[in-house]
Design a protein around this ligand. Sequence first.
Ligand code: SF4
Length: 444
Amino acid sequence: MKLSTRSRYCLRALLEIICNGEDNKPIALIKIAMRQNVSEKYLEQLFIILRKGGIVKASRGVKGGYILNKRPEEIYLGDILRLTELSMETVSCKNCDEVDDCMCRPYWDDFSHVILDYVDSITLKDMYLRSVEAGDKKVEGETTAPVLVDEIMRLKKERNAVLLVHNYQRTEIQEIADYLGDSLDLSKRATQLKEEVIVFCGVRFMAESSKLLSPHKTVLLPRLEAGCPMADMITAEELREMKEEYPKAKVVCYVNTSAAVKAESDICCTSANVAKVIESLKAKQIIFVPDKNLADFAGKQTKSEIIPWYGYCYVHEFIRLDDIKEQERLHPQAIIVVHPEVRPEVADYADYVLSTNGMVKLARKSSVQEFIIGTEEGLVERIRRENPSKKFYLPKRKPLCSNMKRTRLIDVFHSLRDMKYTIELEEEIMNKARESLEKMIKIA
Ligand code: SF4
């Protein structure tokens, strides 16, 4: 498929019509032509095509102006492209044309279907909201896009939904949160809320935990591919093999695991309660998954022998002691606060090793004015906002979780509009995984 400039000018002109006002006020082609720096005659030809295709209609005569013929959410990008492009066929290579059984052909065909599905899933309204999101940032230097945020708020009400946002999310997502916090606190809170739909802005295992604790609610994860690389480092199958190797050991899993791994564990833990959870088991041997650094941190506080799985969070693993020491040299008044997922030598060097919630509380209560923080930058954005008179420094190589940053405002909008992506879990896994979560909640 080839796209020409015709499509580009048509789309931009249609977006101009939307920008002209909510009440679908007619806009003269001359006005659009001037804004788009294109000839009016050329636009006239394009609008004849759009009019015949039922996308726009002329109001008060052709000279009067144009309005949309349908609502922007009813006009699909695919419909516009089919009108403006001469062909939407797969572009075949010469070889495909000449050789009937070309081995690449099925893949090009599949690729073409994926593209067509994609353009048929996007509406003019989506495009408008996306451009507003980008434009607002550019023009005003703000982090939120008012139009998109208004749409999200409207849908939230309509769907009876609540927005739970993890501390590591983008600032603009944090700003629209109903509740902001760490994964477990958010999931526990959701059980006390009256809303029927939970939109979890975080990564998959967090949305799963929310579903485990609120099985009758609809839990949505706005980006399907937002996963946690650390959680994905161990599967239920691998954990079963480990259990066979150490049949007498009890299994503690970090909350950053899939529901299937939780289902194979005796109990769950968080970075804040790991030592307490292990002590509660009174076991000689503990299999601890998946984070080797949290395992080391826990091992130093308990008498049990810890058998770790060698997983790690790449964001915290790459916070180096040298980076911390460099910040310390630049800011000698600051205290060093790190997350337990950091390497042991960094944790040993820090003044405090705290969960994200622990960091939020310390920043608020402490009389100290400067902090070197060893965790994902999203949390630091939050504590800076909440404590404007204090100073917070990150390691020079900013710890940033790309999975946590995947969710954008437009994804939250799509999630609420289309009720996607719903978290579904097998009943047996749900019941077992919930048990290990609830055991922890009881003792912690
Ligand atoms: S910050 Fe680390 S633990 Fe958290 S989602 Fe990203 S990779 Fe997973």
